[in-house]
Design a protein around this ligand. Structure first.
Ligand SMILES: Cc1cc2nc3c(=O)[nH]c(=O)nc-3n(C[C@H](O)[C@H](O)[C@H](O)COP(=O)(O)OP(=O)(O)OC[C@H]3O[C@@H](n4cnc5c(N)ncnc54)[C@H](O)[C@@H]3O)c2cc1C
Length: 379
């Protein structure tokens, strides 16, 4: 067992941190207020290899490990969790699904554009009445001639309005339950596919979240992704790995909030001394630092198992559950340590506090993570 990062991993962390500080930090509040995703960041992210972190070099990817992936997402989230969310959804959901289950022709057609950041990827599982119970989806894909016709709507889709490529799940055989769900890969602009309502959100506001509507959306047979009827089963595998990304995002957000709180505690004086001199504040910082380290270790362990090609359903759910709940606690304490200044937009505390709540909800709520873990324990 070796807990030391390699020299390459140290350099990677330093490079992503420098990028996030220079290219993102100055604009974080402006993007948040405007609910604007900065498309001009895509080529810069791609230059660093962050649009295709774990994908094969033959498609232009960076071929990094899952542990490296965690380092990248952590460093982006430390500065702007919303941009980290978009990068994680692009890499870990849409692009990963095509990479894991696409045919060679589909990979050749889509992966190079995705990993170069020419287009953002979107991934549509959730519907208005099918969230945690995603298999209850209503969107259908019916065979017509040599293709498929999609009807229905996907809800809360990251990059639903601005994504260039989307993977969407639809029912192809209602009689077969979750074994009657298939995945499709769709291009933005396909007739019958439109962006619906753009959500106005509490946090993660720079990351686009929109509805996607399918109305007699006709696609050729070549757009079926993976085997017919395997879409939902494949989705569970995509989510196993995707959750490692949300765990890493949680570690990075918590790290950012903790650092902001520590800096403030050393500067802010009350009763004639820095508030960091009070034991009540020291204990909050000590608990935050300890929980963040534990979250990081759980997250890297799940990533390490992924790198070994092992199943990590339990470990990724544990990492996501623990790291996201830790991040909520750390962001809350960060506001508390800032006092009234934690409640206003001049300091970063309030934004971490708003952004963090998504992490116990997206890619499976905390309750669903516990359900996944318990199933694994009792199997
Ligand atoms: C900003 C944002 C981005 C998102 N991006 C995407 C995306 O890109 N693609 C995508 O497909 N989806 C996306 N989602 C959707 C997200 O994955 C869902 O919101 C999430 O899975 C929860 O579903 P729901 O909102 O319908 O809540 P519900 O499933 O209705 O849950 C409501 C409450 O009931 C609890 N609950 C439900 N079932 C159980 C149970 N069996 N046992 C105990 N408690 C239970 C939940 O834990 C929760 O507390 C996004 C959501 C947001 C907010």
């Amino acid at each position: 067992m070796d807990f030391r990062p390699s020299d390459e991993q140290r350099l990677l962390r330093a490079a992503v941190r420098e990028f996030a500080e220079a290219e993102m930090r100055p604009h974080v509040m402006e993007w948040d207020e405007a609910q604007h995703f900065p498309m001009d960041l895509l080529p810069k992210l791609a230059d660093l290899g962050l649009m295709g972190i774990q994908f094969d070099e033959r498609y232009g990817g960076s071929a990094m490990s899952a542990v490296d992936y965690c380092i990248c997402i952590e460093e982006l989230a430390r500065v702007c969790p919303a941009i980290a969310l978009s990068v994680a959804a692009h890499n870990g959901l849409c692009t990963a699904h095509i990479n894991m289950f696409g045919s060679e022709a589909q990979k050749a057609a889509y992966l190079p554009r995705l990993v170069k950041g020419e287009v953002l990827g979107a991934w549509g599982l959730t519907e208005a009445s099918a969230g945690s119970d995603a298999a209850a989806m209503r969107t259908t894909a019916a065979r017509r001639g040599d293709g498929w016709v999609l009807n229905g709507a996907k809800n809360f889709i990251t990059h639903g309005a601005i994504g260039g490529v989307m993977v969407a799940m639809a029912v192809t055989d209602r009689t077969k339950g979750h074994r009657g769900i298939s995945a499709f890969v769709l291009e933005h602009g396909t007739p019958g596919m439109t962006a619906g309502k753009k959500e106005s959100k509490l946090g993660m506001r720079a990351s686009d979240t929109s509805e996607v509507v399918f109305q007699d959306c006709r696609v050729p047979a070549s757009q079926l992704l993976g085997e017919e009827g395997q879409g939902f089963i494949n989705t569970l595998q995509v989510l196993d790995a995707g959750r490692i990304g949300i765990a890493a995002l949680s570690v990075g957000l918590a790290q950012g909030a903790y650092e902001a709180a520590r800096t403030y505690a050393k500067e802010r004086r009350q009763f004639g001394q820095p508030i960091a001199a009070f034991q009540a504040i020291q204990w909050k910082l000590a608990d935050a630092a300890t929980r963040i380290e534990a979250s990081r270790l759980l997250t890297y362990r799940a990533a390490y198992l992924k790198d070994l090609g092992r199943r990590m359903t339990r470990e990724s759910a544990m990492a996501k559950l623990y790291a996201s709940e830790t991040a909520v606690k750390v962001a809350d304490d960060c506001v508390q340590i800032h006092g009234g200044y934690g409640f206003v937009k001049d300091y970063p505390a309030e934004k971490y506090f708003r952004d963090v709540k998504l992490l116990t909800i997206g890619e499976g709520t905390s309750e669903i993570q516990r359900l996944v873990i318990a199933r694994q324990l009792l199997a």
